[in-house]
Unconditional design. Structure first.
Lengths: 249, 342
């Protein structure tokens, strides 16, 4: 409850983690607000179906609020004039303000509890935060947005937040690295997917570092770091201890 | 969304661009060609002619079998990436082989070009008309291009908005030399450009348009001129396929005996990961291209047999170090004397 999980990837694609959390929380009966900036609804829907969850059904029964960033941006730029009561969540793209306030309001309204709801805790899922920077938001605006979301979702509503970011050791994208580093310091749990240091391998797609930030909760506690390797399959991801891939044993 | 980093002189990326468009003509797709450099009419006149006779196909097959049977498979594999681009659930192709072959020494006949519907966008002609787009803090050249694409998509029904239309076709969009100074964007000339977000915003909106309609797009960009690498990282994130072409012209590799059969390297920086948890990562990461008299081929890079006494260890290491292996599942290649993936 009230946890902030950061999904991070370096030189590989960590989006399989996003798919996992999406289907995990939906199956657990939580109300999910998914800010999907990078891919279309049908992409997530097809993968979720392979994992055994129907996004369309979840949307229908009100369990899932899906913001399709690509579509929202198109509506903003090519659509008719917006209704006064419903500002576009991605308003900042058209330059009227560089704050992500409209996006935050969207999140807040979607996860606000209604009387008739019987969902367990609210969850905010974002894929991926770097897109906001590409669209012109300043790093400070992005961090503010996350901060407001934490206050609202984690503290007030006792829900969880899961955010995906990309990073790279020798990245020249300073704004992105700034956001990522700042988020790392404030996360309760970091799942860091990386490519193998030895290069490409068909049987082991990468390694994942799980960092439980116990140092945030209690002074003097050390963070616990666990490292596993993984292989992604069509409907599943298998994790195993380092060096114990099925291909080797 | 196929993003191609141009080679230094733009020769080979231009070829790829033309192949993409030519394939569209042969498949009967509609075309949309945008450029700030050459008039699209001229681009269309220069498309290579398709090889439709079986005799040449057989010749090709024989040659391939004699040399290395792997090569022809590889080049079709690469072509397949380009064929597989329509973003909606496209019906699978019924061809037994993917794509067609082209003869670059001959031009496509005008009748064939005219058999399909094509639209063009030549920046310098469009600049005179008034933009209707809402203010977006984007470079006006890009904004107009987006508006033009969106207009064609909705007018011609590529987004499924016209239920009357029974025949659904694919729109192939080709944009040449985006990001260059000719488009009014200064990311290629200065380290701290005025507007770092125009290109990425453009790509995001384009991605939205492609996802929403039956279209595929190839963009070529003079990436070697872009000083600000942060932009290239963001662009890679926003594209489905990113391929870089590095030609050997004018570099020290031209005279390197290891590369003598080839004209350049192909770096695949990103491959699409759509509708699935995993992507189809191919076995080989080192690809090189060469321009034969009639064909442009992309092949697995293989070292010639080490017959001579004078081929030194140093040049082999150089080769290993320079082959960049970036894919969805790997970190940087370990620098060392071993050629891990050869």
């Amino acid at each position: 409850q009230g946890k902030f999980t950061l999904l991070r990837d370096t030189r590989t694609d960590g989006s399989f983690l996003v798919h996992h959390f999406l289907s995990f929380y939906l199956r657990a009966g939580c109300k999910v607000c998914f800010v999907a900036l990078l891919q279309s609804f049908s992409h997530y829907s097809i993968v979720a179906q392979k994992l055994g969850v129907s996004l369309a059904a979840a949307k229908e029964r009100g369990q899932l609020v899906f913001l399709e960033g690509l579509k929202s941006c198109l509506d903003l730029l090519f659509g008719e004039e917006e209704q006064p009561g419903q500002p576009s969540p991605l308003q900042f793209v058209s330059g009227s303000s560089s704050e992500l306030r409209a996006l935050f309001d969207f999140v807040r309204v979607s996860l606000a509890p209604h009387g008739s709801d019987s969902w367990k805790g609210p969850v905010l899922l974002v894929d991926d935060l770097g897109v906001l920077l590409s669209l012109g938001a300043s790093p400070v605006a992005v961090l503010d947005f996350i901060h407001y979301c934490r206050v609202c979702v984690c503290c007030q509503l006792k829900g969880n937040i899961v955010v995906l970011v990309h990073s790279n050791e020798d990245s020249e994208d300073e704004e992105n690295e700034l956001v990522v580093n700042s988020l790392c310091h404030h996360s309760n749990l970091i799942l860091w997917a990386e490519g193998l240091a030895t290069g490409f391998c068909k049987d082991v797609h990468g390694q994942i570092k799980i960092i439980k930030r116990l140092s945030l909760q209690q002074a003097g506690e050390q963070d616990v770091v666990q490292i596993y390797q993984y292989k992604i399959q069509e409907r599943n991801v298998t994790f195993f201890a380092r060096g114990l891939s099925a291909a080797v044993l | 969304l196929v993003f191609t980093e141009e080679d230094k002189y733009g020769l080979y990326s231009n070829l790829l661009f033309k192949y993409f468009l030519a394939e569209g003509v042969v498949c009967g797709h509609d075309l949309f060609v945008a450029s700030a450099k050459e008039h699209p009419d001229n681009i269309l006149k220069e498309l290579p002619a398709p090889l439709l006779d079986d005799t040449h196909g057989k010749e090709l097959g024989d040659e391939a079998a004699a040399v290395k049977s792997g090569d022809v498979q590889d080049s079709m594999k690469i072509a397949w990436r380009y064929q597989n681009l329509p973003k909606m659930e496209a019906s699978p192709t019924t061809y037994t082989k993917f794509g067609h072959y082209y003869d670059i020494s001959k031009k496509m006949s005008p009748e064939l070009c005219e058999s399909i519907k094509w639209h063009s966008f030549y920046l310098h002609e469009e600049l005179s008309s008034q933009p209707e787009m809402k203010t977006c803090k984007m470079n006006s050249g890009y904004a107009r291009l987006l508006q033009s694409i969106q207009r064609i998509i909705s007018q011609e029904g590529f987004d499924g908005s016209d239920p009357q239309k029974k025949q659904r076709n694919v729109l192939r969009i080709g944009i040449q030399s985006l990001g260059s100074i000719l488009w009014g964007d200064d990311i290629c000339c200065s380290d701290t450009p005025e507007d770092t977000h125009s290109l990425t915003k453009f790509l995001y909106v384009l991605r939205g348009l492609l996802r929403k309609s039956l279209s595929a797009c190839i963009i070529t960009v003079p990436a070697h001129l872009i000083q600000n690498k942060a932009i290239m990282e963001r662009v890679t994130n926003l594209s489905d396929v990113v391929v870089g072409l590095e030609s050997f012209i004018g570099s020290e590799r031209e005279t390197n005996p290891l590369y003598k059969d080839y004209h350049g390297l192909v770096h695949v920086h990103q491959i699409p990961r759509l509708n699935s948890l995993i992507c189809d990562v191919s076995d080989t990461k080192d690809l090189a291209f060469r321009l034969k008299r009639k064909l442009f081929t992309i092949e697995r890079l293989h070292l010639p047999p080490d017959l001579s006494d004078t081929v030194s260890r140093a040049s082999k290491q150089d080769l290993a170090g320079s082959a960049k292996l970036l894919s969805s599942g790997c970190g940087a290649m370990a620098i060392g004397k071993k050629h891990l993936d050869f």
